[in-house]
Ligand binder design. Sequence first.
Ligand SMILES: Nc1ncnc2c1ncn2[C@@H]1O[C@H](COP(=O)(O)OP(=O)(O)OP(=O)(O)O)[C@@H](O)[C@H]1O
Length: 248
Amino acid sequence: MGSEALLSLDGITAGYGRAALVLRGLSVTVNAGEVVCLVGPNGAGKSTVLRVASGLLAPRSGTVVLAGEDVTGRSPQDLLGRGMAHVLQGHSVFREMTVGENVRLGGYTVRDPVRLRARIEAVKELFPVVGERWDSVAGLLSGGQQKQVEFARALMLEPRVVLLDEPSMGLDPKTTATVFDQIDLMRRTGVAVLLVEQNARRALEMADVGCVLDLGRVHLSGPARELAADPRLGALYLGGAAAGNGGS
Ligand SMILES: Nc1ncnc2c1ncn2[C@@H]1O[C@H](COP(=O)(O)OP(=O)(O)OP(=O)(O)O)[C@@H](O)[C@H]1O
């Protein structure tokens, strides 16, 4: 679906403080209605790619283009307002607040009450558990349910690009499948999804395009299912979370 490039990172170099560069000429493009999955060993720089895309880390060189506009170096708030949503690794729901309060936080800049109500209804439809547990304290939900609350919160502003950092982390296989189904639903709404996953095999089964990061750049890329079958993918993990045993 859709061939409109919504997010393009081009020739990105980036790093932290005086330490060696983490990204060294990285380029990746995500089209509307497409899931692009970044895989690679621990420390390869996958989360760093998402941080550069969402404005949390300014690149040293290279460009970030969102829906045709050069947004390199813009703040996370600015990028959020332009349609970039970043769901961080781990759990980021406010555990003491209700599901409804968490979701409403994602729409705090929506001034029009009619639009706000419409967005709430839209995310409840996409993630039924959000509606069912609206008044529950978020910390009482299971890990997978909390992840769906995070997704709902991220979609409140109708983002064009969603960055997902290891959404299956800590989830059992059944819940992981549910979360991946939800990512598929996001894709069907026309959102461009840039996904980081350790669970390479499962993620590549669902993604459209796969990119293997190594030494700070995209080392291998292509149609996700072809990449999943590429023996070089396993070799790059060097006995770590190899594609063949990363699935669960
Ligand atoms: N805030 C930070 N300050 C300094 N160095 C950092 C910071 N965050 C990450 N790094 C370093 O940058 C490199 C890439 O980290 P990053 O988290 O992007 O990798 P990753 O591929 O997402 O790893 P993982 O699969 O383990 O989550 C690592 O060497 C890491 O130590």
